[in-house]
Design a protein around this ligand. Structure first.
Ligand SMILES: [Zn+2]
Length: 361
């Protein structure tokens, strides 16, 4: 995601901070600032913000590490003010697996809430529990109580049965054990949009923040629904019907100048690289730009091409190919019939194919 700062790599997964999240933390720190505040209070607030930040990271790792158990890798985790976003390479197809992956996030918050509750029992042994929870004492007990409540709130919010919340995915997974996947998604999305309407309407009279959340839920639900119906529209169509068959290829020893000329004079952005009639690499537009910046236009294509790339068979179905394309993280998939290069597949091309099919039906 652009406008993100990489802060760490944990368990092989890069963690990014979105610039809006940094601004959000700054806002929290500044808005509570008072000149008469003691140093301990200031430090306490910073520690508290960092604890919430850690909570969001752990929630996302709950999803990512559960997905890993089912053989699904996570491309990265980004922290946004509305929460975290773990980008899995694909969603599990088995409903039971999707259920576990979805519930793992809120389960992390529930576990943190229980641990904090036990800690409060220990550190506030002399104060009645109801007083800690209701009256919010000063000091460490009050901080622990806030942390507990935030984790309970995060668990409950994420369990709202509407896309794009975790609860929406869990609901779809449950429905998918009885209905087919597209139908299950439609029902879960409709429920999500119904809830969003109620939230939004209620928010109009109470809290404008609710209207904002409702809009976010509404958009998430409709995006998920159209993504799944797209996938099902592609399910019965073989790759060769939607692939690009008119394209340029490059030779490994061609100068980058040739690729640059082709990018400018035509619409092709990514090029297969051929040597002795065999596909040996792919030169993407990003790879080209990077190599030209570093080595100039006379460097050979060989230096700039990527030699690890996915391929697809022309008889494979488009829904699988689209998933492969997204998984590969590359803008193009070469289509190989045996060892012969017969076409290129890009997600824009699949999009155009779907659009024309809809228009002609
Ligand atoms: Zn989650």
């Amino acid at each position: 995601m652009s406008w993100s700062i990489r802060i760490a790599t944990v368990a092989g997964i890069p963690v990014y901070l979105h610039i809006t999240f940094v601004a959000f933390i700054g806002f929290i720190l500044l808005s509570g600032w008072r000149t008469d505040e003691g140093l301990t209070a200031s430090i306490g607030r910073v520690v508290f913000v960092l604890a919430i930040f850690g909570t969001v990271v752990l929630h996302e790792f709950g999803h990512a590490l559960t997905a890993r158990r089912f053989g699904i890798r996570t491309r990265d985790i980004t922290l946004l003010p509305i929460g975290g976003l773990a980008r899995l390479e694909r969603m599990p197809e088995e409903p039971r697996q999707e259920l576990w992956v979805a519930l793992a996030g809120p389960a992390v918050n529930a576990a943190l809430a229980i641990a904090t509750f036990l800690a409060i029992l220990l550190i506030a042994a002399d104060v009645p529990l109801s007083q800690v929870l209701l009256e919010r004492p000063e000091g460490i007990q009050g901080v622990a109580r806030d942390f507990l409540l935030i984790n309970v709130a995060l668990a409950l919010f994420n369990l709202i049965p509407a896309f794009p919340m975790d609860g929406g995915r869990a609901l779809r997974a449950l429905l998918a054990t009885r209905f087919d996947y597209v139908r299950a998604t439609e029902i879960a999305a409709a429920l999500g949009q119904g809830l969003a309407m109620l939230f939004g309407f209620w928010g109009l009279f109470t809290n404008p923040m609710l209207v904002f959340i409702a809009l976010f839920v509404w958009l998430g639900a409709s995006a998920e629904s159209s993504m799944v119906s797209l996938r099902s529209a592609l399910a019965g169509v073989p790759v060769y019907r939607a692939m690009i068959t008119e394209f340029h290829t490059l030779h490994a020893e061609d100068p980058l100048q040739r690729a640059a000329d082709l990018v400018i004079s035509g619409t092709q952005q990514n090029f297969p690289v051929i040597e002795d009639g065999q596909l040996i690499g792919v030169l993407t537009r990003d790879g080209l730009v990077k190599a030209v910046t570093e080595q100039g236009l006379t460097a050979p294509v060989r230096e700039a091409m990527s030699t690890t790339f996915g391929v697809v068979d022309p008889r494979e179905m488009l829904d699988r190919a689209l998933a492969r394309l997204q998984e590969a993280g590359s803008p193009v998939l070469p289509v190989l019939d045996g060892r012969r290069l017969v076409g290129l597949l890009t997600s824009e091309n699949i999009g155009e194919f779907v659009m024309l099919r809809k228009a002609s039906s």
